[in-house]
Design a protein around this ligand. Structure first.
Ligand code: AHR
Length: 723
């Protein structure tokens, strides 16, 4: 609770005299106590690390499938309902492939029938062992006037745009059917609900008005598995997401047999992709990211690197090579990942956005607390990690570098950072120290220049952190309320500078607002980013998490598993939250030198912290005095400009005096980029994507010493012309 806010509001209309007296008193207070931020422009305390600001997400909130990954078909491999039986580490051979079980009596999820078609899952007629199920389509009731087929409504819709070419493909095999299939994009007026057949063989009528937007014919389905591809080009239509991909037949079978059956696998549809990359990424989301110029990508997780069980980890070797050879696996966030967005795609994403990969390797511990202690049984996983590093960095003369070339990318990627595991403070067995040491020794022996990151940072106790090796960095995670984030944003200023281990804040977010953060979130974030910038001598990298959320169904359909995510979208549209814009303006105004700063009289607010617990026991409310003003100062040596960031989290304007020393002059005119809102609840959404946006303007009255009024709830970046 903000006390200043709650005291001021009732006073304003009701008690004019008291208000007048209070205003005079506050004005007097402001005059004598204007906060001062002094900047020593001739004292550089750190070079801004080249990989300071980056990205992190994983298969959560339909971030890839149903998000960034350009695949538009949901459940293309028919494994959405697959049963992945947990395997304990002692029974698990990491080199072995464990096919999932398919409940063939269940209807194919997210697929519906067209006309008289009957569909079911079939594990007897399969494309290969990786995709060990197919969709069996009975078209024996098909006719010219009543085609029979299947339909897929995508991830809460299929985005169809004007004058765009879509690539549809599928594997198929026919029995008593050698006719044509029509592949269409069909617009559904009135509803986008995909109706699932409740039981195989029972038809559900679609019931809506449909309109074919684009269609193509695949001729002569063979009696053997074969890949079929068509392009579908739209005309001058209105963009919409109420669409389906329909594959249908108008003949019931062959001339002699009228009981035609078709088996299908990997039914896929892609529209345009960023940089026209095959199997690539959605353009609008990629562009939002590119606009913020991230310098690195931490992947593949998060929890996603671990999985719930050993056989659900991110098994990178099963995420490379041809798409139809990738079995996919259950994401720990509760839905199936085809792994079409696998290791090569993470690297392609890095390449497209000029980001450096920060590779997290599986380290023998899973979310359900299974682990393998250091020793010979952990060795296969260490080797797996070494091979993964070789896949990323090795030249084509190496085994895994050659595999990467085979997968379409002969040039090795630059890699400087490898993270060993994820959030291993959850491992109460105490095995992390030994596991880390085993990975550390093996990786350093082969790749001495790689910087290795421990997943247990200084926010955890000594006993949880790695002690037997010196990690190059530790990964600290902070998910906080606005007040909490602000109250800890002077923490790094007090950190021990003699420690050789640096900090990677590999997950952080001010979690205010859902599905995406509001202005309060952005204020907490900006306060925190100021703190990381001021301390860039020890904080080398940071990335917000999670990055993405599909906002299509926040109810039972669970398109979101984690609230407060940077960027929201549905099948067709996307938007950046106020927090996204805070990130963006910080990233674009990073500078490359951090300047020494000092302060006087920073204002505070009172935060009464409730709801705390310790070991499950409720704690009494605690009163905290928290600073309400945050700052950092950097220099861009290319332009010579000094960049001053000021965050005023208060609900009232705030005067701040800025004193610069160590410069000859500061130009009277500069620029201010301001992100602000009328109130801290203000936010962006699909409906109002531009409610809170930054604006840049020319400002005057600057100099080596000047006082400026910073608006309520605002983040300001001043660019000062320095000589
Ligand atoms: O970002 C969401 C989750 O938060 C990550 O998967 C995990 O590392 C953390 O607990």
């Amino acid at each position: 609770m903000n006390l200043i806010k709650s005291l001021m509001r009732p006073l304003l209309p009701a008690k004019p005299l008291i208000f007048l007296l209070l205003t005079v008193a506050l004005a007097g207070f402001a005059q004598t106590n204007t906060p001062v931020i002094s900047i020593q422009a001739d004292k550089v305390i750190a070079k801004m690390p080249p990989t300071f600001y980056g990205l992190m997400t994983e298969e959560i909130n339909y971030a890839y499938e149903g998000g960034l990954y350009g695949e538009l078909i949901r459940n293309r491999a028919f494994k959405a309902d697959a049963i992945q039986q947990p395997i304990k580490p002692e029974n698990y051979d990491p080199a072995k492939y464990y096919p999932v079980q398919i409940a063939a009596d269940r209807p194919p999820k997210f697929w519906s029938t067209v006309g008289s078609a009957k569909i079911s899952l079939d594990t007897n007629t399969i494309l290969n062992s990786a995709l060990n199920v197919s969709l069996k389509l009975d078209v024996s009731g098909a006719s010219k006037n009543s085609p029979a087929g299947i339909a897929n409504g995508g991830y809460w819709g299929i985005p169809v745009k004007p004058n765009t070419t879509y690539h549809a493909s599928f594997y198929a095999k026919g029995k008593d059917f050698n006719g044509n299939l029509t592949v269409s994009l069909v617009h559904v007026a009135g509803s986008n609900e995909v109706k699932v057949v409740p039981q195989p063989g029972i038809e559900v009528r679609l019931g809506e008005t449909t309109l074919t937007t684009a269609s193509a014919t695949v001729s002569k389905i063979s009696g053997e598995w074969k890949k079929y591809e068509v392009t579908l080009t739209t005309g001058n239509i209105t963009p919409s997401k109420e669409n389906r991909l329909v594959i249908s037949a108008t003949k019931p079978g062959t001339f002699f047999h009228h009981h035609g059956t078709i088996w299908l696998q990997q039914v896929s549809l892609f529209g345009d992709t960023y940089n026209n990359r095959a199997n690539g990424n959605r353009t609008d989301l990629s562009q939002l990211l590119a606009d913020a110029q991230p310098r690195f990508l931490r992947f593949p997780g998060g929890n996603f690197v671990e999985g719930d069980y050993f056989n659900e980890r991110f098994n990178w070797k099963e995420t490379i090579g041809p798409l139809e050879q990738r079995p996919g696996h259950r994401s720990c966030w509760g839905y199936w990942a085809t792994d079409g967005f696998g290791l090569p795609e993470f690297l392609g994403w890095c390449e497209d956005l000029h980001m450096e990969p920060v590779l997290a390797v599986f380290a023998g511990y899973t979310l359900k607390h299974d682990h393998i202690s250091a020793g010979p049984k952990l060795e296969p996983y260490v080797q797996e990690a070494l091979e993964e590093i070789e896949y990323v960095t090795g030249d084509v003369s190496t085994k895994w570098g050659a595999q990467r070339a085979k997968d379409g990318h002969p040039a090795p990627f630059k890699l400087h950072y490898v993270e060993i595991g994820n959030e291993d403070w959850f491992d109460t067995s105490g095995s992390y120290d030994g596991r880390f040491a085993q990975f550390y020794d093996a990786i350093k022996a082969k790749y001495p220049d790689l910087k290795l990151i421990s997943t247990v940072g200084y926010e955890h106790s000594d006993s949880q952190r790695v002690q037997t090796r010196t990690p190059d960095l530790v990964d600290e995670h902070y998910y906080k309320s606005e007040e909490d984030m602000e109250s800890q944003s002077y923490m790094y200023d007090k950190r021990d500078r003699s420690n050789p281990t640096k900090i990677f804040v590999g997950e952080w977010a001010t979690r205010v607002g859902s599905p995406t953060p509001n202005m309060a979130g952005a204020l907490g974030d900006a306060a925190w980013m100021c703190s990381m910038e001021r301390n860039a001598d020890i904080v080398l990298m940071h990335c917000y998490a999670p990055l993405f959320v599909n906002v299509s169904d926040l109810g039972a359909g669970r398109s979101m598993q984690w609230k407060s995510d940077l960027i929201g979208y549905d099948a067709l549209n996307s938007y950046g939250s106020p927090s996204y814009y805070a990130q963006k303006i910080f990233s674009l105004h990073q500078g490359d030198e951090v300047l020494a700063t000092g302060t006087q009289d920073l204002p505070t607010y009172t935060w009464i912290q409730t709801g705390r617990t310790r070991n499950g026991t409720p704690q009494p409310a605690r009163t905290n005095e928290v600073k309400s003003l945050f700052y950092s100062a950097t220099r861009d040596t290319h332009t010579g400009n000094i960049i001053v960031k000021i965050v005023n989290r208060a609900d009232a304007p705030q005067d701040v005096k800025i004193d610069l020393s160590g410069v000859t002059s500061i130009a009277d005119e500069g620029t201010a980029t301001v992100l602000k809102a009328d109130n801290r609840d203000a936010t962006n959404s699909l409906e109002s994507p531009e409610n809170v946006l930054p604006a840049t303007e020319k400002v005057t009255g600057l100099g080596t010493s000047f006082t400026r009024t910073f608006p309520p709830c605002s983040i300001t970046i001043l660019e000062l012309g320095a000589k």
